[in-house]
Write a protein that binds this ligand. Structure first.
Ligand SMILES: NC(=O)c1ccc[n+]([C@@H]2O[C@H](COP(=O)([O-])OP(=O)(O)OC[C@H]3O[C@@H](n4cnc5c(N)ncnc54)[C@H](OP(=O)(O)O)[C@@H]3O)[C@@H](O)[C@H]2O)c1
Length: 340
């Protein structure tokens, strides 16, 4: 069964923020946000050991305890082990994204994509999530944004380690699917080119959004669709700036990005379209996209996401987006996909 068939609906929930990304999120607010997602029908939840050094997994696991495990799909990630040892979270070397989880747990994080670390990471995640199984496992962040020029070396370790272990676990029925969870297109392209160990999908964050889709559109999305490799679109609001937030790529958005968002917002307002609706529906319009997983740190955001998904967007809006070169000329548009 493909990832697309397993997910119950196209709207999932991503828990990076619940690891206290950028700021301290009170426990009750974190729990209420997952509860709101569940109550409104979300049944796919994504997390990772990296998100607050285990904090997001612990919080998600606690919130999901009241539900039957067969009723939802759960993904987490491998590639970073969370140790008992303590470190200074602000001093972690996170490439372009330094300081991201300063407010998370202070446990030491170790990057490790070997076979042994993959198995250990899964065991640790099961404990933190307080569950007996994972559905999807993503190999986390083997890409330039975290490793610079070293990313190919990390990729090679993962190819010989994590990829093989996850393929075996899938064959044994221990997990249902695996792939990469990354902010870059290149590692997904490289993985698709391998003759061995084929993934079931990619969690591609920030690279098939209104603000950035050109590269994925040209090669990765069509190649993935041809091979039935499903794309789960992470960070569909480009980490917030598209939805009214201030972050782009997990940093303060630059004046250029804010200016581009303003152009989209002005156009959207003229057509009485919400920019969140345009963002979510654009990401989902590509045939390779199986789901979007926006993040939220407040319960009220979930209703906004569902409203954005069902909003009717006039074809004239998309036409003008195309004319003003705010979307690529050949990008599938929601109206062209639905025939509306
Ligand atoms: N490498 C990977 O595998 C990878 C990388 C990135 C992301 N992901 C996945 O994708 C998920 C989603 O990404 P994300 O959470 O980083 O980014 P996102 O979904 O693009 O954006 C979420 C942000 O949008 C803000 N927002 C939403 N509605 C808003 C509104 N009306 N006004 C102001 N701000 C608004 C949220 O603010 P509030 O905080 O106020 O709710 C939040 O900060 C992650 O949780 C993770 O599961 C995976």
């Amino acid at each position: 069964m493909s990832i697309r068939e397993k997910l119950q609906g196209v709207l999932g929930f991503g828990t990076a923020l619940l690891g206290n990304m950028y700021r301290n999120i009170p426990e009750a607010q974190a729990q209420a946000t997952v509860d709101a997602a569940w109550e409104q029908g979300v049944r796919y939840f994504d997390t990772a050991p990296f998100y607050g050094a285990g904090l997001a997994e612990i919080r998600l696991g606690a919130a999901l305890q009241k539900h039957n495990r067969d009723d939802y799909v759960l993904s987490t990630k491998v590639g970073r082990l969370v140790l008992d040892e303590i470190e200074e979270p602000a001093a972690r070397d996170l490439g372009e994204k330094g300081g991201l989880f300063e407010f998370g747990r202070p446990n030491k994080l170790v990057n490790d994509y070997t076979a042994d670390a993959t198995l250990r990471s899964i065991e640790d995640s099961l404990k933190r999530l307080n569950t007996d199984r994972l559905d999807i496992v993503w190999v986390h962040d083997i890409a330039q944004d975290f490793y610079g020029d070293e990313w190919l070396a990390q990729f090679e370790t993962a190819r010989k380690g994590a990829f093989r272990v996850l393929s075996r676990l899938r064959e044994e029925g221990v997990i249902k699917a695996w792939g990469l969870g990354v902010n870059r297109v290149e590692p997904c392209e490289l993985t698709l080119d391998l003759t061995e160990a084929q993934p079931d999908g990619f969690l591609l964050a920030g690279r098939y959004t209104l603000l950035d889709h050109e590269r994925a559109l040209q090669r990765l999305m069509p190649a993935a669709a041809r091979r039935n490799v499903d794309i789960v679109v992470g960070g569909p609001y480009s980490s917030g700036v598209l939805a009214g937030g201030t972050h782009f790529e997990y940093q303060k958005a630059s004046p250029e990005i804010l200016a581009k968002v303003e152009r989209i917002r002005t156009l959207a307002q003229r057509h009485q379209v919400s920019i969140k609706a345009a963002a979510l529906q654009f990401s989902l319009a590509n045939p390779a996209a199986a789901a979007v997983i926006p993040g939220a740190s407040k319960p009220e955001r979930i209703a906004e996401d569902f409203a954005a998904l069902s909003e009717k967007i006039p074809a004239a809006f998309w036409q003008e987006m195309r004319e003003q070169q705010l979307v690529a000329a050949d990008a599938p548009l929601p109206s062209t996909r639905t025939g509306a």
